[in-house]
Design a protein around this ligand. Structure first.
Ligand code: VGL
Ligand code: ZN
Length: 211
C-alpha cells in the first residue's frame, strides 16, 4: 500500500507485560510483535493503544471461581467465559505497556475490561455484547476509515476487536507478523478463518510503505 494517510489508524492491542514472556498470561512468542509494531508506528500518522485493565477479583479470573482453574470455561449470564490467570490488574506492573514499545505519540489509550462482572476482549463492545466502550464513536469523529490491527492476542482481543470494527463499518486489516496468539485447541487457525469470512484483510508489515 501507499504510505498510511489521515484516514488510516494503527491500533495496537494489549502489548502489556502480562502478555509477554514472564507475564501472568504470556502469549507464546509474544515479544516478536514489538519490533514490527515499532517500525509500523513510525509510518502511521495516528496510533491508538488498547490496554486490558481488570479490577482485582475480575470475573474472568479463575481465582474468582471456587474450584476452577485457568483455561477452563464457565457459563456466565452473558454466555461462556474462558477463565484466565489473574492478569492486567489495574495499576500493576503486569498491566503496563512493554517498556520496549516505542509509541509515545499514541493519541488514545483505550482501557477495557474494567467492569468487575464483564470481560471485554473487544476494544469496541464488552462480552455482554451490549455495553459499548466508546471507541467506535471516537474513531468515527476523528474521521478514520481503515484500521490496521497489531498486538496480542490474535485469537482473543485482536480477533474480537477486528470483527467488531468490521461490523461498525471500518475497513480492517490485520498485520500477521505483528500479532501472536494464545492458541487454545486450534483457536488461532479458527480466528484467521473467521476474520477472512468477515472480510478482514491479512497482510505482512512489509506491505506497508514509507513515504
Ligand atoms: C486477552 C485473554 C484475556 C487478550 C485479554 O489481550 O487477547 N486475552 N484478556
Ligand atoms: Zn483480560
Amino acid at each position: 500500500m501507499m504510505p498510511p494517510d489521515e484516514r488510516d489508524l494503527l491500533l495496537v492491542v494489549d502489548v502489556q507485560n502480562d502478555f509477554l514472556p514472564g507475564g501472568a498470561l504470556a502469549v507464546p512468542d509474544g515479544h516478536a510483535v514489538i519490533a514490527p509494531i515499532n517500525r509500523l508506528a513510525a509510518l502511521f500518522p495516528h496510533v491508538v493503544l488498547t490496554q486490558d485493565w481488570h479490577p482485582p477479583g475480575h470475573v474472568s479470573f479463575a481465582s474468582s471461581h471456587a474450584g476452577k482453574s485457568p483455561f477452563e470455561t464457565v457459563d456466565l449470564a452473558y454466555g461462556p467465559q474462558v477463565l484466565w490467570p489473574d492478569h492486567c490488574v489495574e495499576g500493576s506492573p503486569g498491566a503496563r505497556f512493554s517498556s520496549e514499545l516505542h509509541v509515545d505519540w499514541a493519541e488514545l489509550v483505550m482501557r477495557k475490561g474494567y467492569h468487575a462482572h464483564t470481560d471485554s476482549y473487544s476494544a469496541f463492545l464488552e462480552a455482554d455484547r451490549n455495553t459499548r466502550t466508546g471507541l467506535d464513536g471516537y474513531l468515527r469523529e476523528r474521521g478514520f476509515e481503515h484500521l490496521y490491527l497489531t498486538g496480542l492476542a490474535t485469537d482473543y482481543c485482536v480477533l474480537w476487536s477486528a470483527l467488531d470494527a468490521r461490523k461498525a463499518g471500518f475497513a480492517v486489516t490485520v498485520i500477521e507478523d505483528a500479532v501472536r496468539g494464545i492458541d487454545i485447541d486450534g483457536s488461532v487457525e479458527r480466528a484467521w478463518a473467521t476474520m477472512r469470512e468477515a472480510g478482514i484483510e491479512r497482510i505482512t508489515s512489509g506491505a506497508i510503505g514509507g513515504g
